[in-house]
Every structure is written in C-alpha cells, then in structure tokens.
Design a protein. Sequence first.
Length: 592
Amino acid sequence: MSEDVTPVSFERMKGIMKSLLKDLSISRSNCPTGARISVLSYNTNIKYLIRFSDFQRKHLLMEAVQGIPLEKSSGQRNIGRAMRFVARNAFKRHRQGALIRKVAVFLTAGPSQDAASINTAVLEFSALDIIPAVIALREASNVREAFLVRRDGDKTLTPSKPNLVFYENDSKEKEDPMTDDTGQFKLFVWESKEEERLNYVSLCSLCYDTCNPVSQCEIVDPPPVNINMDIAYIMDGSRDVSSEEFETMKEFVSKMLDYFAIASLPFESDKEARVALVQHAPPNNSGTELSSSVSEEFDLTTYSTKDLMKTHIQESLHQLEGSSAVGHALEWTVNNVFLEADRPRKHKVIFTILGSKTSAWDKEKLLKMSLKAKCRGFTMFTLALGGEADDSEMTELSSVPMEQHLLQMGKVHKLELSYALRFSQAFLNLLKRELNLYPPINLQEKCDNLDRGDTYQQAVGITDRILFSGLKHNDLLQPSELSRKNVQNKILKTTQGPKEEQYSQIENKYFTSISIQNGDGIETEERFEKVQRAKDACSKDMDIGECENYTLKWYYHKQQNMCSQFWYGGCGGNKNRFETQEECDALCVVSL
C-alpha cells in the first residue's frame, strides 16, 4: 500500500494471494491442523486487515480478501519493518505442535531502501524459525542481499546456470527462486505474469512436507558458518550472577561452537575461526591492576577443535564471584588476546555475555574502552541474561545497528537459548557478507577526537567528570564524551557571559569541571549543586557499595528512626552514609 503501488500492481498482488489461498485447508479451531490466515498491509506503517482468529470458513475468507481495497498513501515501502512486525506481533501467539510451521509471504510491487531493517528481520526470522517468501513484481536488491549467502570467494549464491524444473500445471520450464543455503528464505521476482510459479510457492513454502519433502524444495539445517574470524567471549562471572545464569552462559558458549567452523591450524591457517574465552572478575579485584581483573580461560591458539574447547568449558570453567569489571576485561582482551595474536583474522569479534551491572570503579573504563574498540574496527556483540544488566552499559558494548548486535533475554529457558543461538548464527552469516561497517560512519568524529585526545586537551583545557559521592552508581545517567565543538562552545560561554551565569548547567548527574588556560593562569569552576536535602539522604536504604575496602560509617534506619553503624566497602553506595553519628542524627533523626 505504498505510494507507488498502482491499481494494476495491487490487483495482480491480490490475485496472487487468492491463488495461493485457494488450495489451502483452513483450520476451524486452534487444533494444530489446517492453516490459519492473517493478512496485513504495509508501507511505512503496518495495518491488520485480517487476523488469525477472524475466519474459520474458506468462502468467508476469500470474500474478505476479494474486498480488500487499495488505500492511497504517501508512505514509502518498508519491507523490513513489515517483516519485523510480523515476527514480533503476528506470530507472538502461535499454535504449538511438532509439525506446525510459521510461514510469512510478503508481496511487494518494488524495491525497499531499508537495508538495515531487512537484515535485522532476517536475524529475527532465523531465530524464531519463521519461513519467509518474498514475491516481488520488480527487482528487490536489498531483499536479495539479505536472503542470499556467499560461498568461498565472496560470490553471491546464484547458480551460474539456473536450475530448471517442471511442475504440474506449469506451461513451461522456469527458473528456481533465489534462496539461502538452507532453502528456507526464498525470493521470487515475477516482473511478468508468465514468470509466476504459484505451484512452487505452494509446494515448497506454504505446504512443505517436512516428513516427505520434494527434492527440489528440501529445507536443510544451516551448516556451520565458514568465516575468517577471531572471536573472544567475555563472560560475566561476578558474584551478582546467579549460578543458574552462569551455567546458562557456559551452555550457550559451548553450543555456539557448533555454529561456525573452527580453525584446525590456528597458528598457520588464515581461514575459519579462532576462539578465546575470558572471564571477569576474580575475588578481591578492585581494578588497580589490569591483570587482576580477568581470568583467561584459553586464547585464540590454545585449542584447535571445538571438542577440546567444550571439555575446558564443562570441566575447568568455574565462576570467579568477584566484582564485575567488564571495562577492564575488555581492555585486557583487546591488548592481550587480539593485539598479541599472530596472523590476525579479517573479522575481530568481541562477544560479551552480561548478567550484572559493572562496578562503579569500572564504568569510566567501560566507556573509554568500548569506544576505542569500536574505533579500531572490532565487531561488538552483547548477550544479556537476567534483568540486572544496565541498559547504557549494554549500549556501549554493542556495535550498531543495535538491534543486530544486542540480545536481552531475561530469564533464559530452553526455547530462549535456542533463539539466542539461532540469532547469533544468523548474525555471523550477516557479518560474513560485510553488510555493516566497523566502525560506522557516524562514529568517525568521535574516533578522530579519540586519536587527537591528549593534544587537544592541552590546547583548549581539561574536561573531568566528577562523580557526586552521595549518588548511587546505578541511578546515574551515563556520560558521553564531549566533542571538540561542544567543549569549545562551553568554553566560549564561560568566557563571554556574566560570572554568575557562567556555570549554571548540570550535566545529567555527572558534574563537569572545566579548566581554562589564559594569560592570568588557570581559573576553575566546578558545576554541581550541594548535597540533597535530608529527606533524600534519609529515605535511602543502607548500601554497602561494591568494593571490599571496608570502613565503618553511619546510616539512618528508617523503621527504627535511629542511626546505626555499618561496614562500607567503597565504590558506589548512596547518600545514606555518614562519617559520624552526630551528622546522621542532625540530618535525619532531628529533622523528622
């Protein structure tokens, strides 16, 4: 229903849909027999026309389809958005059954320019085991690129001589559709009515018999991805990760080794993948020494078979139960796993598996190193289990487009683990086809500023982040690096405006100190408000912090309306923490 769909094209697409539906047996209940039909229209937006539960009689369904009108619209065609909507909404509740299949047929009058959303849809369809068929009346290059895989030599999988097959009621031999290496993703380009192969779509997509498949349309499991890649898994083994979640992480990494080809000669061969595994962080880790923040389970050349890696994971990988330090682990992995490796591979992948927030003392390192890694061309993928991982940290640890490089799973059961594995394998296929840039163009300015860093700071001043000591770390909005232009604008404002207005803004909940060099020396102003009023501090629960450098402090106990001592470990915590009982009493007990 996009702006360039003509009445002739619309009627042809509707005719194709009616022809595909006429031989289907319609389900009259929710039992896993027959087909349930849903019809949607799309342009930039998506609209339900018929829902699964609307019709249980064939003739009523056909009448409804016949009555669908062409709605004129100014919206552009967005196949990717329509595909993602179908995956996330139309199939959100589907029938269960060993032979139940989820099939989505998309009719399009022409190409769509939304390459990123189509690529993301392919990942989600693979993960959800949805079988798509796209029927295009004109060439749809983005769909072709997203659906097809590449063989060795980076040539698109299109037969040099098309396979020609006769089907019953076909008047002449016709070319097979373009498909991926599983036979599951199919693209048909029918620029004329004579090119239509409706029987093929019915036989190989809508009515495919998994028990007795026709040879021309057999669907196979995706083979292991053959990709020239160095991949390092960074696992969260901190004490905030439950033992169940840690075992799930181990199972995920172990099973994912089946999804791509492992280099049998990691020291010599330049083909296939090499794998490293790093865990963070050991007990008593405070980030003072980089090496103490990680435990290297194995590096890129330790093992040459997946079986040896799996044995290590199952028998030797034990949870460390220290303080989370993913930023330090990232820095160590880049410096000691990737940069130290001989014969580096074409693709460098950092696959982070999170189960908790990182420690307060690690946050700045995470921001700095994630940007550095992206600017160095690393592909960064993040899998978050449970509900404790921090949104902003997941964002920093993931490349863009975010929806292709970040999976948030919540509590993981068997089905969810299968989803993550299939999504990850489809992602590796996407990576192999090099459809994304690492780093992306929109990071260019930040990467340039990162390279100039020290020189620029000396020229225009120094920007420091000051963490307000009373704020709990996980309540803070994450800071972003100030660009050169932003720094210059702020400096200009402070030098031109009246003194009382020079430092009136607050940067989220981090407070910025700007040092400006001039002929009279250095003038420094710190921008932050005073401590919050007593109610704010006294309403917080006791928080011992995230480190293990314990000192005695005082806190206000709301239920008992009194101040008590507790051991504060340092790093983070909240405002309900006082040096003396007198200070606590004055701010809390007396004020109530």
